[in-house]
Design a protein around this ligand. Sequence first.
Ligand code: CUA
Length: 334
Amino acid sequence: MRSHPRARRPAGAVSAAVLALASCGSDPSTLSPRGTGAREIAVLWWVMFALGTAVFALVVVLLVRVARHRRPHADEHRDDERSGHRWILWGGVVLPVVVVVPLSFLTLVIGERLADEPDGDAVEIEVIGNQFWWEVRYPGTDAVTANEIHIPVDREARITMTSADVVHSLWVPSLHGKVDLIPGEETEIVLDAVEAGTYEGLCAEFCGIQHTHMRLLVVAHPEDEFEEWLAREAGQARPPRTAEARAGGQVFDDVGCGSCHTVRGTDAVGQVGPDLTHIGSRLTLGANTIPNTRGHLGGWIANSQQIKPGNRMPPSVLEGPELIALLEYLEGLE
Ligand code: CUA
């Protein structure tokens, strides 16, 4: 798990090298499961791997034997024919049945368990897929965030999903399998994490030019920390505390950021891009494309098209001091 220093750096261009280093969270691997769903899937994977390996080894042994087999004499032909039929029976019928039947049974059992209803105390969360980011809502509260799903550790979360545009697919390999987000329909996945931590997820369905940069983080907190986070996230934006931040808030209004973004408690109520009410406390920007530091945020606002071409945010034409004030304002939205 990589840590996320929130260093204050001067605004500047973002190079491809920085982009390559920027993603955050544990390595997304199905083979290091940290959720109940992923553990079930990993069991199935290892069983399939073991059976596949055994069959492969058997085939190699047989191949070697055949290669070393001497050519039969004419009077041995009849025996060979009978043994050929035996091979077809054992290798073509018995072996596949012995391998496929238990595997199908195990797949059905595990598939059935993965489709179980969540526990009564499960956290309800809504996720809406957008090109190319994830909106995350907590029904019953005002909390809305983006590209981060916060859950309590050791407690299930029922994630109800849909899409605002095209088909996406939510996949957090360490926690569970993939489920599609489909426009006009609701799908569901039950996530849990058995260990507190940050887990990397991604979009697993090609959805356009920035599909690769449609990533997310699942942050599993101890219960009290989760409740604290949710209460803060549900609250309105903190008013700017410094003169520069107040000036930045004015820049935010003047250049029209609020026509695409919401900052709860202000006049900004746009619905096109992510809710920015608590942008200052997010771990990453651009759907886990770059870390949320002052330099990266400045680069993103100046021209996010250079970082993530094809996203819906236009480049800005701010003067240096305006940009710095705006950064001060946004970083204060914790
Ligand atoms: Cu969204 Cu791929």
